[in-house]
Design a binder for this molecule. Sequence first.
Ligand code: PLP
Length: 506
Amino acid sequence: METEEFRRYGKEMVDYICNYLETIKNRRVTPMVSPGWLKDEIPTEAPFHPEPFDDIMKDVENKIMPGVTHWQHPQFHAYFPSGNSYPSILGDMLSDAIGCIGFSWAASPSCTELETIVLDWLGKAIGLPDEFLTIPSRYRGKIEDEQNQHKDTDIPNNIDVTKSSGGGVLQGSASECVFVCMLAARAQAIKRLKKIHPFVEEGVLLSKLMAYCSREAHSCVEKGAMMAFVKLRILEPDEKNSLRGITVRQVMEQDEAMGLIPFFVSTTLGTTSCCSFDNLLEIGLVCKQFPAIWLHVDAAYAGSAFICPEFRQLLNGIEYADSINLNPNKWLLTNFDCSAMWVRDRLKLTSALVVDPLYLQHGHEGAIDYRHWGVPLSRRFRSLKLWFVLRNYGISGLQKYIRKQCQLAKKFESLVRADKNFEIANDVKLGLVCFRIKNDLSNKLNKKLLECINDSGKLHMVPAMVHDKFVIRFCVVAQHATEADIEYAWKVIKELSAEITCTEKE
Ligand code: PLP
């Protein structure tokens, strides 16, 4: 494709995107296709001769769109939101055009440095302690002052990225964040134990390591432990689905008594099933009483809410954590992939992940090389889209968005509560409401209701088990969701549940 064609089709693509998003409501939220359907629509081999762009776009509408689940649809209430906004799309488009592979500072200095700066911006905006920032805020103001006003300040001359201990990075997913933190914790633990038992083999030490999480933690913790080859103890949360300090303490003491070595605790702020919050403060205090436990906080969904000061008490205890992740690509209007992670001590992270062949080295001592902060070598210019979002909405715009979504969840909760046939199954703190038909001991009615909801094509939701009960998760997802969308969803749910209850009685 030549530049002039790109200019033309690029504009047409923007029009297509705008029309798609503006008229998305007219489509079924979930597709009506069965596995394997696409192979009947698309040739079995790639075309040998070039095809006109117009033909490709026709197939997008006629062949691809029929199999798309529309995550940006106002009646999509499944999972958690998939972040999306125009500034983010435009930022990613530019990132694609620049097309750099930012594995080291030298591979594209702006790619590295913007990531560091944007992660500091976001870290500050959600109220992370200074230790998690690359350039702590107490110095950043002074540095900016100095640059702006060209006057001397009392900035210690060691304030550069080589001297601060923490920092942020963008990973591809929350699962990767949890995994790399677990790897770092494992490396730290083995290093510490090797000093105490220099003649014991690393494999033996590894077999003693114990990681911990709640039953409500995301399955990525279990997967991470499997890949890191460490044992994971899955603990029972309390009646509010919150993991408590006492539970963690008792189990870690029992493990120590058996000769095992606790090394990693993964807590969740905003669990996937019901958006419950582990008691980070209690768990943090417990971890401090054991030698060198790495405390991780997975706030993949809920973390974005901390941009609003009124939700920040949910982050209490962060002062004890070693690392935290949140996904702007879930709830901060930023397109996938964009998973933010901060560590208190970046050397502890990178020392588990550094390999340094000659062809990747450069002479810029002390600059950040993000390839040492994660699994892949190649990295996209992901910070660009987040920078566009933070600048174009401003913190105030993002706060407005989060608050609106929480208010809509409260609206849905009140509609459910007002109906004597239904009950709410979670403590609705943010944008997720778990509800169910009452007195359905076998869960049969609720399963049927969810099936009908999804078959209708009018709404899309997914289930969860909360306190051993089957519940339907209703998440406020669409960026521009309105009260009318919530009322519509409740109307459809009530109609379908009435039909089910009638059929059951017959
Ligand atoms: N952690 C929590 C709390 C989640 O809710 C999810 C996904 O919804 C994940 C981790 C996994 O996220 P990712 O798909 O970014 O790996």
